[in-house]
Design a protein around this ligand. Structure first.
Ligand code: ADP
Ligand code: MG
Length: 275
């Protein structure tokens, strides 16, 4: 579904040159839920913007369903980290959720159904008439998720969507994402700097190096499909996986990573899971 090949992004301007992403190659199958984890500043947002066609790569290519991405591809929805800035404060929740649908050329009646369904899915059926600023942070982020869902995306791109909410809300939203992923059979690419979140949510985790960024390792999360905030996080296998990823990220920060391209090749998505 999604193919990222040799992606590189260098920011240039006012005499500065920042190589945010050096060389990223990975793919995501249709209907997969993949988490990308890497330290802050390693280029996760940059990568996701390139995947979503919001930013032009310096080199390399992104293919979505076989088509090269050169602008926001149809069928893709984004949930940003800063929900506070991603909702329009002067529009009611229902109007915010329905906004991207206007571009789809749907009837007003169909739009109303999609908006109501999406709000229902995130447990906010009653909030359509409220303004975003009347809602808590976690509720606002659910509105942002509803807006992405209403669009009926094939691919959902999420950029640290829960970084700014409290721990309990975050746990609820993680479970919401897994439930929606299963119900709607979307392809989800979820970016986070939080190792536990990546392992808890993902079917597969792609570990990034520190900037300039390459793929450090990919691993399959062989935890049961049915996840539970207490049981899953208490499972020995969960601890093993998180410890493994933690070690990779610490090594990446210290710059002691082995050649990352080799790691990416050796531990492709069909490789056996780590011990
Ligand atoms: P992450 O999302 O992993 O925290 P980012 O993609 O936001 O990382 O940033 C990666 C690097 O690129 C950082 O060093 C950041 O300062 C730099 N960067 C991000 N956006 C820009 C920009 N628009 N102009 C210049 N540098 C940028
Ligand atoms: Mg970011």
């Amino acid at each position: 579904m999604l193919d990222v090949r040799g992606l590189k992004k260098v920011y240039e301007g006012s005499g500065r040159r920042i190589e945010a992403v050096r060389d990223l190659t990975f793919s995501v199958a249709a209907g997969e839920l993949v988490c990308l984890v890497g330290p802050s500043g390693c280029g996760k947002t940059t990568l996701l913007k390139c995947v979503g066609g919001l930013l032009e790569p310096t080199a390399g290519e992104v293919f979505l369903a076989g088509r090269k991405v050169d602008g926001p591809p149809p069928g893709t929805a984004f949930v940003f980290q800063e929900y506070g800035r991603s909702l329009f404060p002067w529009m009611r929740v229902g109007a915010n959720v329905g906004l991207p649908l206007r571009r789809k050329g749907l009837s007003a009646a169909r739009r109303r159904v999609l908006v109501a369904d999406a709000l229902e899915s995130v447990g906010l059926a009653d909030a359509a008439g409220a303004h975003p600023w009347q809602l808590s942070g976690g509720m606002q982020q659910r509105v942002a998720i509803a807006r992405a869902l209403a669009y009926e995306p094939d691919v959902l791109l999420m950029d640290e969507p829960f970084a700014a909410v409290d721990a309990q809300t975050r746990a609820d939203l993680e479970d919401l994402v897994r439930r929606l992923w299963r119900e709607r059979s979307m392809t989800v690419l979820f970016v986070t700097h939080d190792i536990d979140e990546a392992v808890y949510l993902g079917e597969r985790v792609i570990v990034l190096s520190a900037s300039p960024t390459v793929v450090r390792e990919q691993l399959r999360v062989d935890l049961p499909r049915e996840r539970d905030q207490s049981a899953t996080r208490a499972a020995p296998r969960f601890a093993e996986l998180r410890t493994h990823v933690y070690g990779l990220i610490q090594a990446a920060k210290r710059g002691t990573a082995p050649a990352a391209r080799d790691a990416a090749v050796d531990l492709g998505k069909d490789s056996p899971p780590v011990r």
